[in-house]
Design a protein around this ligand. Structure first.
Ligand SMILES: *Cc1c(COP(=O)(O)O)cnc(C)c1O
Length: 396
């Protein structure tokens, strides 16, 4: 396990801050937009190219990003405890980057069965076409010894998982992967770096959709890949370059700005979500189960307490004796919760979880409809009143 990281929460707030120029400086790094980078001389150009080739994150062209991007990479590096960070134009692009960088024709990958849906829907068909084969494992069913092949190169997991927040024993999974000489990548979107540090728990790569909590205001699409392994960083960087995954400077600025208030927003999301989750647990006539790892009776609670620094705003629940149509009528009856997918903003959202997604995972075998809430920064009493009126109108 990695050494304890000193003052990292404080360093996250200051990472990437510009240094003094003529004795004064704005607090925030400027938005530096560029395509062409102009060099003072041919020799300077050569020298910068050489430094870039050697792996330094210097820019010789706008596609590599400029000062704003470097500042964001530094801040995400502090969050994830990573020495190398690559930015991507969406969370899904960051995930695809990991798969394309690490896998070649003939290789095999083991994917947790409850990961973000588009990994199966989009990434698997792409990689299958390129000659990679996939197997899915359930994190709760013991480690997938029987599925490991000599050509298995990557284990890909997500903790807590999408929709039901299955918490996995990451140090144990990391020991399993290491024992077989397989790289381990983890989707860290739920934890946003602040709540969870996969690299310190033994993963080789941490990926997140910075679209979600780092952006925090529902106006950004972006992803990031973080690692402290120099050879993986090299492969990721070369593939990132080949795919031309450029991120706009304004978007880099938005994510950096979001990071500065991440701790206070997440603390509030976590408090509000727990209040809403407890209310849902009290509604026994309409709710059979509430999914949220901060609830003491959640099956992942002990692992969550051991490995996480808090919880976010996501809460899902299964409806008793309800059809999918009734679940849809319930979310339609909500007035404060908007209906939408990409959580992590300041606002509350609700969705009926797609039954096809839930059937893909072995964590929960119920067949009641599941509603996913993203609990925002609104007054939780108002959110609970909204849920109450929708329960009364639709399900009583
Ligand atoms: C949203 C999400 C993604 C994808 O992020 P985009 O920026 O929407 O492409 C990946 N993983 C998880 C867990 C997510 O919730």
């Amino acid at each position: 396990m990695a050494a304890p990281r000193d003052q990292w929460r404080t360093r996250v707030l200051h990472a990437g801050s510009p240094s003094f120029d003529n004795g004064a400086v704005p607090v925030n790094v400027p938005v530096v937009r560029a395509s062409t980078v102009r060099f003072a001389s041919h020799a300077d150009r050569e020298a910068l190219h050489e430094r870039r080739e050697a792996g330094e994150p210097v820019s010789t062209y706008g596609r590599h990003g400029m000062a704003t991007h470097r500042a964001l990479e530094a801040a995400i590096g502090e969050l994830e405890g990573a020495s190398h960070v690559l930015l991507a134009p969406s969370g899904l692009a960051a995930i695809s980057l990991v798969f394309v960088a690490l896998l070649s024709p003939g290789d095999h990958v083991l994917v947790q069965d409850s990961v973000y849906g588009p990994v199966r829907e989009r990434v698997e068909p792409l990689l299958t076409r390129l000659g990679v084969s996939f197997d899915y494992f359930s994190a709760g069913a013991g480690w997938p010894e029987a599925l490991v092949r000599p050509e298995t190169r990557l284990v890909y997991a997500e903790s807590p998982s999408s929709f039901l927040y299955e918490v996995i024993d990451l140090p144990a999974l990391a020991a399993f992967a290491r024992g077989h000489g397989i790289a381990l990548a983890v989707d860290n979107t739920w934890g946003a770096g602040l709540l969870y540090q996969p690299l310190a728990l033994g993963a080789d790569i941490s990926v997140q959709a910075t679209t979600k909590y780092l952006g925090g205001h529902s106006d950004l699409m972006q992803g990031a890949v973080a690692t402290s392994n120099p050879s993986l960083a090299r492969r990721l960087r070369d593939t990132h370059d080949a795919l031309g995954l450029a991120v706009g400077a304004d978007d880099a600025y938005l994510a950096l700005r979001g990071i500065r208030t991440l701790a206070v927003r997440l603390a509030q999301h976590g408090r509000h979500a727990l209040e809403v989750a407890r209310f849902l647990q009290s509604e026994r006539s309409v709710v059979t189960r509430v999914f949220h790892p901060a609830l003491p009776d959640d099956p992942g609670h002990a692992l969550w307490r051991r490995d996480f620094n808090g919880a976010n705003g996501l809460v899902s629940f299964a409806l008793r004796h309800a059809s999918t149509e009734q679940a849809a009528a319930f979310v339609d009856a909500l007035r404060l919760f908007g209906m939408g997918a990409s959580w992590g903003g300041f606002e509350s959202l609700a969705l009926v979880a797609p039954p096809s997604r839930l059937r893909e995972q072995r964590y929960w075998r119920g067949n009641e409809p599941v509603v996913r809430l993203h609990v925002g920064l609104e007054d939780p009493a108002d959110l609970i009143a909204d849920l109450e009126q929708a329960f009364q109108r639709v399900l009583s």
